[in-house]
Design a protein around this ligand. Structure first.
Ligand SMILES: C[S@@+](CC[C@H](N)C(=O)[O-])C[C@H]1O[C@@H](n2cnc3c(N)ncnc32)[C@H](O)[C@@H]1O
Length: 205
């Protein structure tokens, strides 16, 4: 497939960052993130995959978390570097699925418009990667897109699809409608918190 039309390839995203065509870009920190951090501060290790402009790195850092963000588009990382100033060193260029993050797992992984940027054929890999990177009892938190889309990406989840997808490793413990969505996503975004089961629970033990 032409890499410029394949959302699993960094060029697809870089061409959009380079031309400023980023309809998903929130331009700041979503209210649901601020709300979460007011009730769940660090210490702990946080990963932000597919971080784009990286606006959320600063508030997680300010709340006491040790933040690592990753994006495989050089243009996204360049943009995050400009946005983040002194915290730019928290952002790495790399592929979420293959990067070696070292021996320590994460207490939190933050999601916004990363899952829905991936074709559904990659969703099982997303879930198993999340489970492998989270500590037992760790949480996948963030903003998930639900609904239908005629011309994906984005690829939204359908109701109940997420629970079927995640159930082997993660259990839903919170779900709230997002109130400050961009017009593009209005009524489709939910703040959700998924808790990682013990490793043996995932194996049915
Ligand atoms: C729709 S954008 C969302 C960016 C950011 N999360 C936000 O909310 O603004 C999807 C991002 O995921 C990145 N991405 C997609 N697949 C990736 C992968 N396998 N590894 C790292 N980054 C990836 C893209 O480069 C792009 O910046």
């Amino acid at each position: 497939m032409n890499q410029a039309v394949d959302s699993t390839h960094p060029d697809f995203w870089s061409s959009r960052y380079d031309t400023g065509k980023m309809p998903w870009d929130f331009g700041g920190v979503p209210a649901a993130v601020k709300s979460f951090l007011s009730r769940s501060s660090g210490p702990g290790r946080v990963l932000i995959p597919g971080c784009g402009s990286g606006y959320e790195v600063q508030p997680f850092h300010d709340a006491g978390y040790d933040v690592t963000a990753i994006d495989f588009s050089p243009a996204a990382v360049a943009r995050a570097t400009r946005v983040l100033g002194d915290l730019a060193k928290r952002v790495m260029l790399g592929n979420f699925f293959t990067r070696d993050f070292g021996p320590h797992r994460f207490d939190l992984i933050y999601e916004r418009t990363f899952l829905c940027s991936l074709p559904p054929s990659r969703w099982p890999e997303y879930v198993s990667r999340m489970a492998a990177l989270l500590s037992p009892g760790g949480r996948l938190v963030g903003i998930f897109l639900y609904g239908q889309e005629r011309e994906p990406p984005p690829y939204p989840l359908r109701d109940n699809q997420a629970e079927q997808l995640f159930q082997t490793h993660l259990r839903l413990v919170r779900s709230d409608l997002v109130t400050d969505s961009l017009p593009l996503f209005r009524g489709m975004e939910r703040w959700q918190e998924w808790i990682k089961q013990r490793d043996d629970a995932a194996c049915g033990g």
